[in-house]
Write a protein that binds this ligand. Structure first.
Ligand code: PEP
Length: 242
């Protein structure tokens, strides 16, 4: 399977930041891994002409209609995107998104022809209570629709307490979780052995080598360190060399 370095600009970025993507495109024109940058809807058109593959950060489950301020998967595709994130913990928390809604958004992404990066992750309290695997399995049961395939879907494991905090699980913890996720995916989906499993949460140039060396880590979803080409480029290179 081809590995994936995915960035997530979140609510960051204006036209002044497009040169960051142009620099990435120039530096990684023939990357040995897939590179996708997910960005705000306002910038997708401009991001899409840089040469870097582009994704939306969220989509509405319906194709169109009276949903002021929302963006459909069709619109994201039309703007030039190939990917969309669903289930990011900031959507789950800030917008009260539950697993059923995330499943519907994922189905909408597929229907529009987008590859979905579906996020799961436990809270700090759940981690401390030792409930991580149970929480992740429950999220996957209810948020990954039955039709998921390696071609249409990537799963991103993002411990909520590691996002934007500079904290990460130990390599042993990441490896153990990813092994468990792989077993789940193989059990449930025909192409589960080929479905990419990303790690996300405070990935940066200084820890990328160690994380990418782990079994069943097929790439990363990167927030803060995706905003500047100088920070994201070494992460792409680390993935290529893993
Ligand atoms: C994210 O938001 O998906 C993320 C992993 O953020 P960060 O890399 O900043 O922790």
């Amino acid at each position: 399977m081809r590995k994936l370095a995915a960035g997530n600009w979140k609510m960051n970025g204006t036209s002044a930041d497009i040169p960051q993507l142009e620099a990435l495109a120039a530096a990684h024109a023939n990357a040995g891994v897939d590179v996708v940058m997910c960005g705000p809807a306002t910038l997708l058109h401009r991001m899409a002409v840089t040469g870097v593959s582009i994704g939306g950060e969220d989509c509405h489950p319906e194709t169109s209609g009276a949903h002021t301020g929302d963006i459909s998967a069709e619109m994201i595709k039309d703007a030039g995107a190939t990917h969309v994130i669903t289930g990011h913990s900031e959507r789950r928390t800030d917008h009260g998104e539950d697993n059923a809604l995330i499943a519907a958004k994922t189905t909408a992404g597929w229907a529009a022809g987008l590859h979905v990066i579906l996020c799961i992750g436990e809270s700090e309290a759940q981690y401390r209570a030792g409930d991580t695997l149970e929480v992740l399995r429950a999220q996957m049961d209810a948020s990954i629709p039955d039709g998921a395939t390696a071609q249409t879907t990537t799963i991103a494991y993002e411990p909520i307490w590691a996002i934007g905090t500079g904290l990460t699980p130990t390599p042993e913890e990441i490896a153990a979780v990813h092994a468990n996720l792989r077993a789940y995916l193989m059990d449930r989906f025909e192409t589960g052995s080929q479905m990419r499993l990303l790690y996300g949460g405070s990935v940066k140039a200084s820890n990328a080598d160690e994380i990418f060396a782990l079994a069943n880590v097929d790439g990363a979803l990167v927030g803060g360190a995706s905003l500047k080409a100088a920070d994201f480029s070494p992460i792409i290179t680390a993935l290529e060399n893993a």
